[in-house]
Design a binder for this molecule. Structure first.
Ligand code: DQA
Length: 155
């Protein structure tokens, strides 16, 4: 395991609404990996590259905002799949803007190849970058991106 000089970096991974149903939710779009299995993959990748990962999920916008606020006190970076709130929530975008942590927006599906309303992301202008369309691997790429951003001090 590679470690930063100051030890493992701390990454908050946030899953928004309906992502708790992964595995049984629209498997043709989101695949058959369950929410539990996805989180295991994320934690294992974090360990492999020297990241301590904390995972949160909520179906409620305000709870997601509280989790983002709390990250100020302990996290080095955020990985967020805000689900449908990506396309609607100025409040989540404002929360990310307020905490000013390096943030990667992720999506399992390629949102740009889907319905037009999924092409808009209120988070896009606030986050460091986006990863979309690689299924569960989107999250693993995002954890690697978070590690790199923090190691390089690029935010
Ligand atoms: C999603 C894409 C969103 O448009 C959708 O509302 C989701 C999941 C994805 O991971 O592909 O809930 O964020």
């Amino acid at each position: 395991m590679q470690l930063s000089p100051s030890g493992p970096i701390k990454v908050l991974v946030i899953h928004g609404p309906n992502l708790n149903l992964l595995g049984m939710r629209e498997p043709d779009v989101y695949g058959s990996v369950t929410f539990y299995e996805l989180n295991e993959l994320i934690v294992q990748e974090g360990k492999r590259i020297g990241c301590e990962v904390r995972i949160e999920q909520s179906n409620h916008e305000g709870v997601l905002i509280d989790q983002i606020h709390d990250a100020r006190d302990w996290a080095d970076a955020i990985v967020i799949n805000a689900g449908a709130y990506t396309h609607t929530s100025i409040a989540i975008a404002d929360a990310l803007r307020a905490v000013r942590l390096p943030t990667i927006e992720v999506h399992l599906s390629n949102v740009h190849s889907r319905e037009a309303y999924r092409h808009v992301s209120y988070l896009a202008a606030v986050v460091t970058g986006q990863i979309s369309g690689f299924g569960p691997h989107s999250y693993l790429l995002a954890v690697n991106a978070a590690k790199r951003l923090v190691d390089e001090g690029r935010f």
